[in-house]
Design a protein around this ligand. Structure first.
Ligand SMILES: Nc1ncnc2c1ncn2[C@@H]1O[C@H](COP(=O)(O)OP(=O)(O)OP(=O)(O)O)[C@@H](O)[C@H]1O
Ligand SMILES: [Mg+2]
Length: 240
């Protein structure tokens, strides 16, 4: 991806709810550069997930533009949005969304198979992805036989199947204790530094903020503040 990977231009999102309209986003302007690590903070209901969904082409804004690599994805038809997501975006959610009847390896291999029907290289690629998150020795475990942090790392491995230049993570440590949360953040930091993956991480845990290149604070659907960390903290130095 090129310099400004994502540009939100005066983005609004309204949800009509019967008689009332919920103004989830009220005019967001934000530019994210290639390789940046962004932490998106804000209280519950401030519009974090909505913003992430618009960046990931999971939803369309009510008004404004979402420009990705110079292209306005709000004009995309569903088919183009599907292609955009498949080729560019890795999603990580709070509840890992693994398939319970498949092993760790199978969960990852399944994502690979959806991308490319060629099963010959599948085994090696799935193994490589498990190695990237440090879990090659858990390949044959089912999700119920993995800790929360391990499940989340499998979910990350799966989201990396398409080697996405952009990762969108919604409360990836929300259900994890401090130490497992740390190991998940470390995987993200390594991907960001080693593969130059652009990261947007949503959380309401302010303790994560020091590891970001920039911290974006949302409040009631608007950006309240953007802070730049000139020297982001290593994951090991985060205190929470
Ligand atoms: N599908 C929907 N229909 C109606 N209202 C919605 C919908 N999705 C979100 N909202 C509303 O939009 C606002 C922003 O929601 P959003 O999910 O983006 O918040 P959030 O910052 O991610 O909150 P949390 O930290 O609780 O996950 C909230 O007030 C929410 O109630
Ligand atoms: Mg949310």
């Amino acid at each position: 991806m090129d310099e400004a990977v994502i540009r939100l231009e005066n983005v609004t999102k309204d949800y009509p709810m019967g008689e009332v309209i919920v103004h989830a986003l009220r005019g967001i302007d934000l530019e994210i550069a290639s390789g940046e690590f962004i932490v998106l903070l804000g209280p519950s209901g401030s519009g974090k997930t909505t913003t992430l969904n618009l960046m990931g082409g999971l939803d369309k804004p009510t008004s404004g533009r979402v420009i990705v690599q110079g292209e306005d994805i709000t004009r995309y038809k569903d088919k183009d949005l599907t292609r955009y997501r498949r080729e560019n975006v890795g999603f990580v959610f709070q509840f890992f969304n693994l398939i319970p009847t498949l092993t760790a390896w199978e969960n990852v291999a399944f994502a690979l198979a959806l991308l490319d029907g060629n099963t010959r290289s599948l085994e090696k690629k799935a193994q490589e992805l498990l190695e990237m998150v440090g879990l090659s020795d858990r390949a044959d475990h089912f999700p119920s036989q993995l800790s929360g942090g391990e499940q989340q790392r499998i979910a990350i491995a799966r989201s990396l199947a398409n080697r996405p230049p952009l990762m969108l993570c919604d409360e990836p440590t929300g259900n994890l204790d401090v130490e497992t949360g740390r190991s998940v953040l470390q995987v993200m930091r390594d991907l960001n530094r080693q593969e130059r993956t652009t990261m947007v991480l949503v959380t309401h845990n302010t303790a994560i903020a020091p590891m970001a290149d920039r911290v974006v604070w949302l409040h009631s659907g608007t950006i309240k503040e953007i802070a730049t960390n000139s020297s982001p903290a290593p994951v090991s130095a985060l205190e929470w």
